[in-house]
Design a protein around this ligand. Structure first.
Ligand code: OGA
Ligand code: MN
Length: 279
């Protein structure tokens, strides 16, 4: 199995793998070990059904179905659509702006997923990419005195109450706002496999930091975001139909780059692995 860097410290293309067929143990072991060192893996030119995506996802753990039932695949509910097209062909406004702020999936849940994957079916010819940021580098590039200061800081995560949360769910039924309790989680966490220290916060659902005022929390999160998302530590995935992108939810944050016109169909399939149900 060959692989090649995609012009960023995170982002590795894996070649010579056909995900439409069940993978042998040797191939899976090789993929898992590449994934431990490279938190964004790209497999191009794949021709995948929802069932094949679910099978590949299960190689990494238990699937967590997406919580929005409307988007679940009718035959394979473990896999959901990520789409800006309604079933009558009109534009799905939530699908257009969905996930367009930096986040990790399920930050509001007790135990968020470990990894997730997207498979491109229809993608805009111009823009429409996905951005990934390396949260280990984000931690390492903070000045030492700041690293020491934040080592014991906790984030408070509550559905939709992050700096970008209100706009994100604008116009959507708020029925889930009351369905989740706030969850406290350390801002600096070791990666469950590599042990590397990571920053963990989310612009959609991280309401603030324990013991800090709302304003100080918002300012500090904005500063952390600038640190974390510089060009040197991000990867922009320019989609082609048939791309499958697998990412580590602990080691990265991600977002829809939001750089496409809503009329252009952007239709993908998505699976998440580990943890509780997640947005
Ligand atoms: C996701 C996600 C980003 C995108 O599926 O979890 O954040 O580019 N997608 O659509
Ligand atoms: Mn996401």
């Amino acid at each position: 199995m060959r692989s090649r860097r995609l012009g960023s410290p995170i982002g590795l293309e894996v070649l010579d793998v056909n995900l439409a067929e069940p993978l042998g143990d040797r191939t899976l072991t090789a993929i898992r070990s590449l994934f431990a060192e490279n938190p964004v893996l790209v497999f191009r030119n794949q021709d995948l059904t929802a069932a094949a995506i679910a099978r590949f996802a299960r190689a990494f753990g238990q699937i967590v179905p997406g919580v929005i039932e409307k988007y679940r695949h009718p035959d394979v509910p473990d896999v959901s659509y990520l789409t800006n097209v309604e079933s009558d062909g009109s534009i799905d406004a939530f699908g257009v702006r969905r996930a367009s702020d930096w986040h990790y999936d399920g930050s509001f849940a007790e135990s968020p997923p470990d990894c997730a994957m997207l498979y491109g079916i229809k993608v805009p010819s111009d823009g429409g990419g996905t951005l990934f940021a390396d949260m280990h580098t984000a931690f390492l590039t903070l000045p030492q005195n700041l690293r020491d200061r934040i080592e014991d800081l906790e984030t408070i995560n509550h559905f939709g109450l992050g700096p970008a949360g209100r706009e994100y769910f604008d116009g959507m039924s708020p029925d889930r706002w009351g369905a989740y309790n706030p969850v406290r989680r350390p801002l600096v966490m070791p990666h469950p496999i590599t042990g590397r220290k990571l920053l963990k916060f989310c612009m959609i659902h991280t309401a603030g930091f324990a013991g800090m005022t709302h304003r100080d929390s918002a300012n500090f999160m904005a500063d952390l975001l600038v640190q974390a998302t510089g060009d040197a530590s991000t990867y922009y995935h320019a989609w082609q139909p048939g791309d499958l992108v697998l990412w580590d939810e602990h080691a990265t944050m991600h977002r829809n780059a939001g750089d496409f016109s809503p009329e252009q169909p952007r239709v993908m399939l998505r699976a998440m692995v580990g943890g509780d149900p997640a947005e």
